[in-house]
Ligand binder design. Structure first.
Ligand SMILES: Nc1ncnc2c1ncn2[C@@H]1O[C@H](COP(=O)(O)OP(=O)(O)OP(=O)(O)O)[C@@H](O)[C@H]1O
Ligand SMILES: [Mg+2]
Length: 404
C-alpha cells in the first residue's frame, strides 16, 4: 500500500487521501465546537450528519485503497520480511553453476539480510515526502492567491460621501448575489441598511472596505473608485465595527490600540467614550490585564464596546457599523448607545441595523431583500410605502412588547 502511495502515478490518490483526512479533521473540530448547541437541542453524534459523513467517507476511501493495493503490498512485504529467501535462491543457483565458492555463499547468507533496513527506511522516507509535498502544495495555494490590484498613487477625494453605482457581486459558490445596487450616502449623514437575514447587508459593507471587489459597477468614496485608493489610504478612510467581535490574546490596552500610533491618554479617552474604562480598571491588572487569562471574562456586549473603542480611537471619517444581533441586558444596550453616539458625530455612517428602533432617525433607510435594494426613504415614508419594511417594523414592535 505504502509504496503505491508515493509513486508518481498515484499523485491524485495521495491528494484525495489528504483531502478526505482534512475534511474529517475539520468535521471533528466543528463537532466539538458545536457541542453546547447540540446539547441544548438534544442532538447526538449520530444526528450530526456532517461529522458522521466525513468519517464514513474517510473510512470508505481507505477501505477501497487498501483493497486495490493489497497484491502489490503483499509482494513487497513477502520480499522484505523474508530477506533470506531471494539471497538463498540466487546463491544456491550460482553455487551449483560454479559462479561462487562456498565461502562467498556463506558470507552473503550472513550479510544478505541487511539489505532490508534501507528498503524500510526508503519506504518511510516516501511517506514523509508525500506529507511534506501536500504541505508545500497548501502553502503554494495561499502564496499564489491572486492579489487585489492596487494603485499606489495617493488620491484626493472631494468629500467623504459614498456612492454605489450599478453594483453587482456574487460569492464564488453562490448563484445569486447583489444585483444592480444604486444609492448615495451624502457626507456626514446616516444611512441604515435593513432587511431579512442573508439579504446581503453585511456584503455591502464589506465591498466598501474592499474585502472583495465588485463584479460589475463601481463603489466610490468622495468621487473616486475604491479600487483606485492605495489600501492604506482606504483603511484610513473607513472604520469597521463587525457583527462578531474579536479579541486578541493580548492586553486590554493593545486590544484597543491595535498597533495604532496613539498615546496612552488617547487610548484611555477612547475607552471612556466607549464605556469600558471603568470595566478595565476593575480587572486585576487594569489596562495590562491579558484577555483570555484565567478569570478574565468579557461578555459579548462588552467585547462589542471594545470594537467601538477601537473605532473611536481610529477616528476615520467613514464608519461601517454591522450591528450585533442581540445585546441581552438593557444596561449594556444603553452603554452601547452612548458609545455609539460618541462615535458617529460628524461621520458618514453606514449602519446595518437589526433593531429598527435604533434607526428611526436615520437620514435614509435602504431596504434589502435577496440581494436587491427594493425600497428606500425615511422611516415614516417607508412605513407607508414599503410592505417589507412595514412587516419588519410590526415584527420588531411585537418583539419589544414581548420583552416588556
Ligand atoms: N464569505 C462568504 N462566502 C460565500 N457566501 C457568503 C459569504 N458571506 C456571506 N455569504 C452569503 O451571501 C448572502 C448574503 O450574506 P450577508 O452576510 O451579506 O447577509 P446579511 O444581510 O448581512 O445577513 P444577516 O442579517 O444575517 O447578517 C448569504 O446568502 C450568505 O450565505
Ligand atoms: Mg450580516
Amino acid at each position: 500500500m505504502l509504496p503505491k502511495m508515493y509513486s508518481g502515478r498515484n499523485k491524485k490518490l495521495i491528494q484525495d487521501y489528504h483531502q478526505s483526512l482534512e475534511e474529517m479533521n475539520a468535521g471533528i473540530v466543528e463537532y466539538v465546537r458545536a457541542m453546547p448547541v447540540m446539547k441544548i437541542f438534544g442532538q447526538s453524534a449520530e444526528t450530526f450528519d456532517k461529522y458522521g459523513n466525513t468519517v464514513k467517507r474517510f473510512n470508505k476511501f481507505v477501505g477501497e485503497w487498501v483493497k486495490s493495493s493489497t497484491p502489490g503490498f503483499a509482494i513487497f512485504m513477502s520480499f522484505t520480511s523474508n530477506a533470506m529467501l531471494p539471497v538463498l535462491a540466487l546463491g544456491l543457483y550460482l553455487y551449483f553453476q560454479n559462479g561462487v565458492t562456498l565461502a562467498t555463499l556463506l558470507l552473503f547468507l550472513i550479510l544478505g539480510t541487511g539489505y532490508i533496513k534501507p528498503l524500510f527506511a526508503l519506504n518511510n522516507m516516501g511517506i514523509q515526502i508525500s506529507i511534506i509535498n501536500r504541505g508545500v502544495e497548501q502553502i503554494d495555494e495561499l502564496l499564489y492567491t491572486e492579489h487585489l490590484l492596487e494603485n499606489a498613487a495617493l488620491q484626493h477625494p472631494i468629500d467623504y460621501s459614498i456612492t454605489f453605482e450599478h453594483v453587482s457581486f456574487a460569492y464564488q459558490d453562490k448563484n445569486w448575489g447583489l444585483q444592480n445596487i444604486n444609492f448615495t450616502v451624502p457626507e456626514k449623514t446616516i444611512t441604515a441598511l435593513v432587511g431579512p437575514s442573508g439579504a446581503g447587508k453585511s456584503t455591502i459593507g464589506q465591498l466598501l472596505a474592499r474585502f472583495w471587489d465588485v463584479t460589475k459597477g463601481e463603489i466610490r468614496i468622495g468621487g473616486i473608485d475604491v479600487r483606485d485608493y492605495p489600501t492604506e489610504q482606504l483603511m484610513r478612510l473607513v472604520s469597521f465595527v463587525f457583527q462578531d467581535s474579536f479579541m486578541f490574546q493580548d492586553s486590554m490596552y493593545e486590544n484597543i490600540c491595535m498597533g495604532m500610533k496613539k498615546s496612552r491618554e488617547e487610548v484611555e479617552d477612547a475607552a471612556k467614550a466607549a464605556q469600558i474604562h471603568d470595566l478595565i480598571l476593575s480587572l486585576p491588572n487594569g489596562y495590562d490585564t491579558l484577555f483570555g487569562q484565567s478569570g478574565v471574562h468579557l461578555s459579548g456586549g462588552e467585547q462589542q464596546r471594545f470594537q467601538l473603542a477601537r473605532a473611536i480611537l481610529k477616528d476615520a471619517p467613514i464608519l461601517i457599523l454591522d450591528e450585533a444581533t442581540a445585546f441581552a441586558d438593557p444596561e449594556n444596550e444603553i452603554k452601547i448607545q452612548q458609545a455609539f453616539s460618541q462615535l458617529i458625530k460628524n461621520k458618514t455612517v453606514l449602519i446595518i441595523a437589526h433593531r429598527l428602533s435604533t434607526i428611526t432617525d436615520a437620514d435614509q433607510i435602504l431596504v434589502f431583500n435577496h440581494g436587491e435594494l427594493i425600497d428606500n426613504g425615511k422611516h415614516d415614508e417607508l412605513l407607508e410605502n414599503s410592505a417589507l419594511y412595514g412587516r419588519m417594523w410590526n415584527a420588531h414592535t411585537r418583539a419589544k412588547e414581548f420583552v416588556i
